[in-house]
Design a protein around this ligand. Sequence first.
Ligand SMILES: [Zn+2]
Length: 159
Amino acid sequence: MHCPFCRNPDSRVVDSRTSEDGSSIRRRRQCPACQRRFSTSETASLSVVKRSGVTETFSRDKIVGGVRKACQGRPVDEDDLALLAQQVEEAIRSAGTAEIDAGDVGLAILGPLRDLDEVAYLRFASVYRGFESLDDFEAAIRSLREDHAEQADADSSTQ
Ligand SMILES: [Zn+2]
């Protein structure tokens, strides 16, 4: 990091602060040559690699945009969508990679969306997992029903 005043190639960190949401770090630096201070900001970048090979920066807005269509007419509000996008980002970041395939982003959406709204989940899954026939829908619905049955068992055993 060059000093922006004298172009000295060295700088010393005098203070580091993590942003409120934890996604970036702001550092206060001092140049040992001219003694002037400046700030830098570091963000852990997360790139999404599209099928075409083009990479773009991960954005929660894009997650929300993609899921909103599947949620049309469902009892899902903007807060639900924002929370879902946050869960997806946390899941992806916890994997620790700087790049993720667009398809894997879609898959990371499935879990939280399934918890949020099952109809929206089926719509979204049909696109992202490439459902080709009624069998695919049937299998997904069967899996949802099995979860319901397990939940019912768990509920009745605690009574
Ligand atoms: Zn300097």
